[in-house]
Ligand binder design. Structure first.
Ligand code: GRF
Length: 204
């Protein structure tokens, strides 16, 4: 069973969808830790209430960057985390974590990267930019995480057409519900170890 950490910053609807897939045995994993960048994030409060180990880690609460990164590394190690799933985490992942978990961190982005991605493209901002651009499609991108925002190798993209009269809010709703159906299925590719083993071998 893959022991995952889910990193969040807000609502946590993807976190809830992952937990649901675990409960219904559609995903052979355990959420060993939730890391939130905000102690008031609804997703973080939900995880705590549910008894899922959860920690709020804010870089500004630490004296130095090193202290913050060391805390993050040690808490992942203490909880024996094997894989990291970003689900609405809006902070940059420190390079030390990326190095330790190379090819073992994935993110879901609510648009078709490389468009409408990067710093500042999160939440409703993404959908507003898509609708204003008059693009014909938006969609979902799931990708490995590297040192920059939204630039890591893409694992899968699923397009959806923009409907007539689409608003940022209606688009967000449709994309969100698709995310909940898709994310755990992609994560499932990693749970039997095959992809992870192959990536580790190629890295050597
Ligand atoms: C999702 O749209 C995801 O694609 C993006 O952030 C949003 C998180 O939503 N990275 P939620 O907190 O899981 O509801």
């Amino acid at each position: 069973m893959l022991n995952i950490a889910v990193f969040i910053s807000g609502r946590g609807s993807n976190l809830k969808a992952l937990e649901r897939a675990i409960e219904t045995k559609e995903l052979d994993a355990v959420i060993g830790l939730v890391v939130s960048s905000d102690e008031n994030a609804p997703g973080y409060l939900w995880a705590k209430e549910k008894g899922i180990p959860a920690v709020a880690l804010k870089s500004t609460d630490f004296q130095s960057r090193d202290e913050f990164v060391n805390k993050m590394l040690s808490i992942l190690t203490e909880n024996k985390i094997e894989f990291i799933v970003l689900a609405g985490y809006i902070k940059k992942i420190p390079k030390e974590i990326i190095e330790k978990y190379r090819h073992k961190i994935i993110n879901i982005h609510p648009a078709l990267l490389p468009y409408f991605g990067g710093k500042g493209f999160y939440g409703i901002n993404v959908h507003r930019a898509v609708v204003e651009s008059k693009a014909k499609y938006s969609g979902i991108s799931i990708h490995f995480v590297d040192e920059n925002y939204d630039t890591g190798p893409i694992i899968i993209q699923v397009p959806i057409p923009i409907e007539p009269g689409e608003t940022p809010e209606s688009l967000e709703k449709r994309i969100s519900s698709l995310e909940h159906k898709l994310y755990y299925k992609i994560l499932r590719l990693f749970t039997n170890g095959n992809i992870l083993n192959c990536l580790t071998k190629n890295d050597k």
